[in-house]
Design a protein around this ligand. Structure first.
Ligand code: ADP
Length: 577
């Protein structure tokens, strides 16, 4: 379905946009509030990807992004990465998922308190799917979790509360950074050089039973603090309750803080978070943009909410799939009379983000690049070229490419991506996001993971156990079967069984390699078998013909990359037979 709110398109280098973005654009746009008839180059949707009638061009949303960044799903993805790489992912607060992890939460807190009696923690409870601080509250003890109705707990994430945030003018504040996910495969990430700092409106004090309920002291949400009598609208970007992040950096720098290191930590946090999200996004992508059918490509602007600790360590609070792009705010002129007035801080940051996103996804530029450069990954190493004419007159890009620019440092973290590639390979039916029992059996059989200690009956039990548990706590009841996260759990289980007493990431990496290797060998054998048949029927020699079986598009896009030594292995097999 076409988003009926504020959908717009750029038709043949004309574009269609949200009214609040108008300032950012000089391009020609069309609005289609009642549905669109003509194909467009860029589709700018208000909320989500969905529009079954798009077969080409680019859409400003990825399928499944909203689901992937929900509080519970994000926490699960971060937990998986924390299990694999605890040090690399320590920028996300320790979290538990309610209601299913309540007993675990209670037990872990009790254990930590027993081992360190001086530990006086605070936790923050955030309802799943909530936004703008809605329903959030702080607690000192697990027994303070609120129940809805008589005994039920609303699905939520309970998280360690960061008690010592960095303060500016005695106030807590957070950072909203804009990140462009320009492409999923190859992965391309850009970060805006400036963001927003959103301030609380009551001076901060560490949480005590007395001040736990003071939202203007503990929650930095603009939507909450705007209602405080202390909220200051300022025309300057470095004063008031909403400022540019660069103004904070200037201030920190003048106090001698290592601002370069802070930026590099923030870039790391963003890249690692997106690496945690990509496996799930790829599953949604192959499901919504079916293999072999014409479809659009996607890009998306994300809002990263980051808190700085007193020691300047950045902490991820959440990722927003639909960050507000408003460049005006409501002002109460007289009691009860409101008017929208321009907000210079929002304008300064957001206009540049939209303008540069459009410059980066410009279809004409893409065509030029495609004809000049054979490899997309290589092409994106280069800074975006200046286009002739109008674009040359625009300011320099505010969006800085961070991936693949820094890909080498982070590639070892993309382990779950490879597990997801295996999952996608065995999904079978197009348009699904869940693996059936036959798909799981085929995966085990093709990767030769079953043996006398792990029979096919045990495989079925593993499938049923894990799938049932995940489906009982899942929010997505659309398809039956094993979701990616359940598959990842099963995969970790198999890896631990096979490669005992090694760190988890090594166990998983070894099993991924083994599976990739066995599938590549199987694929090689199938190729040879195909060639043999061809020769018997008098076709061209095998070396010349060896036609690859037509691979589904998801395999072409996210399929396993055959490392050079595997290619050698397949060739040796070929020579031997
Ligand atoms: P929402 O989507 O409702 O805005 P957030 O996760 O962004 O939910 O939380 C709202 C606010 O609560 C944040 O802007 C921040 O000020 C505060 N907050 C959230 N998590 C933490 C945390 N772990 N420690 C300290 N403050 C937090």
């Amino acid at each position: 379905m076409m988003e009926n709110c504020s959908a717009c398109c750029i038709c043949k280098t004309a574009l269609f946009l949200h009214s609040s973005l108008d300032l950012a654009l000089t391009l020609h746009r069309h609005q289609f509030p009642f549905g669109r008839r003509l194909p467009c180059d860029i589709y700018w949707h208000g909320v989500s990807f969905h529009d079954s009638n798009i077969f080409s061009g680019q859409v400003n949303k990825f399928p499944g992004m909203m689901e992937t960044v929900r509080k519970i799903t994000l926490s699960r993805a971060m937990r998986t990465m924390q299990d694999l790489f605890p040090l690399e992912y320590n920028f996300y607060p320790r979290s538990w998922i309610l209601p299913e992890e309540l007993p675990l939460f209670v037990a872990e807190v009790r254990m930590m308190k027993d081992s360190n009696p001086s530990w006086k923690p605070t936790f923050i409870v955030k309802p799943d799917g909530g936004c703008q601080g809605d329903g959030i509250y702080l607690i000192k003890d697990p027994s303070d979790i609120r129940l809805t109705g008589s005994i039920q707990i609303r699905p939520a994430v309970v998280q360690e509360y960061i008690c010592k945030p960095l303060l500016v003018d005695k106030m807590k504040f957070d950072i909203r950074l804009y990140v462009l996910l320009k492409s999923l495969e190859p992965l391309e990430i850009y970060i805006a050089k400036d963001g927003l700092s959103r301030f609380c409106t009551e001076p901060y004090q560490e949480p005590t039973l007395k001040n736990l309920h003071q939202v203007f002291m503990h929650l930095t949400n603009y939507s909450l603090n705007i209602h405080s009598g202390n909220f200051i609208h300022s025309d300057s970007v470095n004063t008031g309750s909403k400022r540019t992040f660069s103004s904070i950096l200037c201030r920190l720098s003048s106090r001698g803080a290592d601002v370069k290191k802070l930026w590099s930590d923030i870039i790391s946090l963003v890249i690692k978070t997106i690496i945690a999200l990509t496996p799930e996004l790829k599953v949604y992508y192959q499901s919504d943009i079916p293999a072999g059918k014409p479809g659009p490509t996607c890009f998306q602007i994300l809002g990263f909410d980051i808190l700085l600790m007193k020691n300047l360590k950045p902490v991820l609070l959440e990722v927003n799939a639909n960050p507000s792009m408003r460049i005006e705010h409501e002002q109460e002129l007289s009691p009860g009379v409101f008017e929208n007035v321009p907000s210079p801080v929002d304008e300064e940051v957001k206009v540049a983000v939209i303008r540069d996103t459009l410059r980066l996804v410009d279809p004409q530029k893409k065509k030029r690049k495609d004809t000049q450069c054979p490899s997309a990954e290589a092409a994106s190493e280069e800074p975006p070229e200046a286009a002739p004419g109008a674009e040359a007159a625009l300011p320099s890009l505010c969006l800085k490419q961070v991936f693949p620019k820094y890909a080498k440092q982070f590639s070892y973290l993309r382990l779950v991506d490879r597990v997801a590639a295996l999952f996608i390979r065995f999904l079978g039916v197009r348009g699904t996001t869940k693996l059936g029992p036959t798909g799981f059996r085929t995966f085990i059989r093709n990767c030769k993971l079953s043996n006398s200690n792990f029979s096919m009956a045990a495989v079925d039990i593993l499938y049923i156990d894990i799938t049932r548990r995940w489906n009982s706590m899942g929010i997505d009841h659309k398809d039956s079967g094993m979701c990616l996260q359940a598959f990842v759990e099963a995969f970790f289980c198999l890896a631990q069984k096979k490669y005992k007493s090694r760190p988890l990431h090594e166990q998983v990496a070894s099993l991924v390699e083994l599976c990739e290797c066995r599938l590549a060998a199987l694929h090689g054998k199938r190729l040879l078998w195909g060639c043999g048949l061809g020769q018997r029927h008098g076709a061209l020699p095998a070396t010349a013909t060896a036609p690859s079986p037509p691979r589904p598009r998801h395999q072409q896009v996210f399929g396993l990359q055959k490392p050079p030594q595997l290619r050698a292995l397949v060739c040796r097999d070929a020579a031997g037979s």
